[in-house]
Design a protein around this ligand. Sequence first.
Ligand SMILES: O=C(O)COP(=O)(O)O
Ligand SMILES: [Mg+2]
Length: 227
Amino acid sequence: MDNDAPPLIVDIDGTLTDENRAIDPHIMPVLHEWPARVVIATGKAMPFPIALCEFLGIERTVVAENGGVVFVEATDELRLEGDHEAALAVGEAYRDLGHDLGFGQIDLGNRWRETELVVSLDQPLEPLEELAAARGLVVLDTGFAYHVTDPVVDKGTGLEAVCAELNLEPEAFLAVGDSVNDAQMFDLAGEAVAVANADETALERADRVTDASYGDGFLEAVAPYRN
Ligand SMILES: O=C(O)COP(=O)(O)O
Ligand SMILES: [Mg+2]
């Protein structure tokens, strides 16, 4: 097919990776060669998508921490938004209740996080949700971690911020993702594609669902725009 490639906004975990967070190597040449803008939009902390862009050899245009962090290399713009203090207070109160964030002493999940907090999926959800709600925060279960996040941001507000910087329209974008934290960017993008392994929310909010899962699902999602 020779449809013009749209700008692309793509999730990392569950979309470019397998279920263990390992990148599917087949996605790399596709992102490297994508003829339009590529935005990496993730719940992960900023160093992960920045490193991904760097290793792919593409411009660093990143939405991290579920919209809390937006970085646009082209305009030298970094925006941090969301109540990090509140998220850290949730973590402290959670520990006071005898729970643990679940990532060990050297907590790589939170080490470089600037606006939210993550908790391992093997820790109890209910007390976390209660503590978060008491501070005006929400808990997102991405299938990879619980994210204690400020609801003023999401990947949709992140996409809007990137678009404002680059003079693009969110409706011009093709969005590909797999979970609840992709829902708002799905709503704004012109076309939203969920990979087959996506959660219920992402499946519902997508315009199209691939037959294939994980990295193969991503390749299927973008196939109509590749020459
Ligand atoms: O960090 C997570 O839990 C999920 O990350 P993702 O948004 O790239 O899927
Ligand atoms: Mg994901």
